[in-house]
Design a binder for this molecule. Structure first.
Ligand code: ADP
Ligand code: MG
Length: 503
């Protein structure tokens, strides 16, 4: 493991008119389970299908239809729990959460209120090189997604698309351990990264596959510590929940706005009403959506159509045995085994596809050199052109070939950049291109000597100056490199120039 410094909570402090206020934040993240079929039906989960084309009878709540649990979705929730070092509950159960909405044909959502499949876990949130915060996860439960109401297609009618109805979601609930906007965003970044490594959620926030409900309250310094000592939520302020956030930037802006709104009310002698709010990115404000409903408003009860879910420890162990390497472990290995800086290792492991690409380049080669080329040349170029490693014109094998040519002294670092450019625009085999286009570095000392002799003979005045001031020898090196089209081995030229000038 990396040598991380766990900092004590550094709460964001906001100065009000009547002194300091601190923030307390808890997140409920809805992550769509990566699965081809829905949680209780065999209907497809494909995004972007024709409206109402992925709807089984049970999704449409046809009378007499019964839900059948999808084992794969359960395995995905267990895998997620293991990835968050959480307790796996071998016995869990499904409850009905009753409410009416046009895009919810059953009139209830099947969820897990009383007995979630995953219990307490944790997420190590990175707050800068070597600095991390541990945020506890309270639980993860499996539940169904609702459909989608479409209000903007017709001036007088609304439409309902049930394709998403019944798709499996994991609701990942944090403890109120998060103390500021940056930490909240960093928590979502890390959670998304872990889910993507695990392959349990694709984390596509634009498509709504990962969205966060953000709970925010404010309190006075010391209150949070009293809450921690006693576990009594009464020491904390009343919270508001901001629904359905799907951008890291908006999460931060919404928390900041919401905290200041609450402080202004409290300092004015008012009190906070517990409610559900929406963030309006255009105005940069949150506004009330509905008053907070309590669990009893939903008349939760155990779903009579579903038996309690019992899984075996041996099955959980099988899943545990097939876990991929997770981001923190991968990062630590890159630092330990390849000598990378923590910063570079962090950049390379941010996305699992990038880490895989890098490992293919670095395999059997110098790790630092591979990291340099991947981060500076490849990622730099990909970013500039709005591409990703998946759509990169230069493959890992090609980039590895470039590095081999540098390592064997066949080409200089400067020529390697020209070669990279050729690979980017034209493709091809790096070694063959170097051969065919005469890009090989001149290490033949005879040829270098001839070039140096020529420049010295042509520039007697410069020779005098350089003998008086050896710093000027660089000029000769530059001239020789130019004369050889950048192909002369710079180290050899340096040495030859120094020798010939008798420095
Ligand atoms: P509910 O089910 O009513 O939404 P939960 O107890 O499940 O309530 O809590 C929801 C989320 O709100 C959790 O992430 C929790 O950490 C967070 N939370 C609870 N109390 C506070 C508070 N005072 N300030 C900020 N977040 C809170
Ligand atoms: Mg909740």
């Amino acid at each position: 493991m990396l040598d991380l410094t766990f900092t004590a909570p550094q709460p964001k402090v906001i100065q009000g008119a009547q002194g300091d206020w601190e923030l307390v934040i808890g997140l409920e993240v809805h992550a769509q389970v990566a699965s081809n079929a829905k949680l209780f039906s065999g209907a497809s989960t494909r995004f972007g299908s024709e409206p109402n084309s992925n709807v089984a009878f049970v999704d449409a709540a046809m009378p007499g239809m019964l839900p059948v649990i999808n084992e794969f979705c359960v395995a995905q929730a267990v895998r997620t729990g293991l990835g968050l070092k959480a307790e796996i509950n071998l016995r869990s159960a499904f409850d009905r959460k009753n409410y009416f909405y046009p895009d919810l044909p059953q009139g209830y959502q099947i969820s897990q209120l009383y007995h979630p499949i995953v219990g307490e876990g944790e997420i190590i949130v990175d707050m800068g090189p070597g600095i991390a915060r541990r945020v506890r996860v309270e639980r993860i439960h499996l539940e169904q997604d609702a459909g989608k109401s479409i209000h903007d297609m017709d001036p007088t009618m609304s439409f309902v698309d049930l394709n998403r109805t019944g798709v499996a979601l994991m609701e990942i609930v944090s403890r109120p351990d998060i103390r500021g906007p940056e930490e909240a965003a960093a928590y979502v970044v890390k959670l998304r990264q872990i889910l993507r490594y695990l392959g349990t959620c694709d984390g596509n926030m634009q498509n709504g596959n990962l969205r966060a409900d953000v709970n925010v309250s404010v309190c006075k310094p010391g209150d949070y510590e009293r809450f921690q000592e006693t576990g009594d939520f009464g020491h904390l302020g009343t919270r508001c929940e901001i629904k359905n956030m799907n951008s890291m930037r908006f999460i931060q802006a919404a928390i900041d706005y919401e905290a200041r709104r609450q402080i202004a009310i409290l300092e004015d002698g008012g009190s906070i009403v517990q409610e559900t709010r929406l963030y309006d990115p255009d105005k940069g404000e949150t506004r009330s959506m509905r008053s907070k409903e309590e669990a009893h408003d939903y008349r939760y009860f155990p779903d009579p159509d579903l038996l309690p879910l019992e899984i075996e420890q041996a099955w959980v162990d099988d899943i545990a045995a097939s876990m991929p390497e997770l981001p923190d472990e991968k990062k630590a290995r890159f630092v330990r085994d390849m000598g990378l800086s923590e910063y570079d290792a962090g950049v390379l492991t941010a996305e699992v596809e990038n880490a895989d690409y890098f490992e293919a380049v670095a395999s059997g080669r110098d790790g630092k050199m591979a990291a340099n080329w991947v981060i500076n040349e490849l990622f730099g170029r990909l970013n500039k052109e709005g591409l990703s490693v998946a759509t990169s014109p230069v493959s890992a094998a090609q980039l590895g070939g470039v590095i081999d040519l540098i390592a064997s002294d066949a080409i200089s670092g400067k020529i390697a950049k020209d070669l990279f450019e050729i690979l980017w625009t034209e493709g091809g085999d790096p070694a063959r291109i170097v051969e065919d286009r005469g890009m090989k570095q001149v290490t033949d000392l005879g040829a270098i000597e001839a070039a140096v002799d020529q420049i010295i003979a042509d520039n007697p005045a410069q020779v005098e100056k350089a003998r008086a001031n050896p710093k000027l020898a660089g000029w000769f090196v530059g001239q020789v490199l130019k004369a050889t089209g950048g192909k002369a081995n710079p180290a050899a030229v340096n040495e030859m120039v120094a020798r010939k000038l008798a420095l």
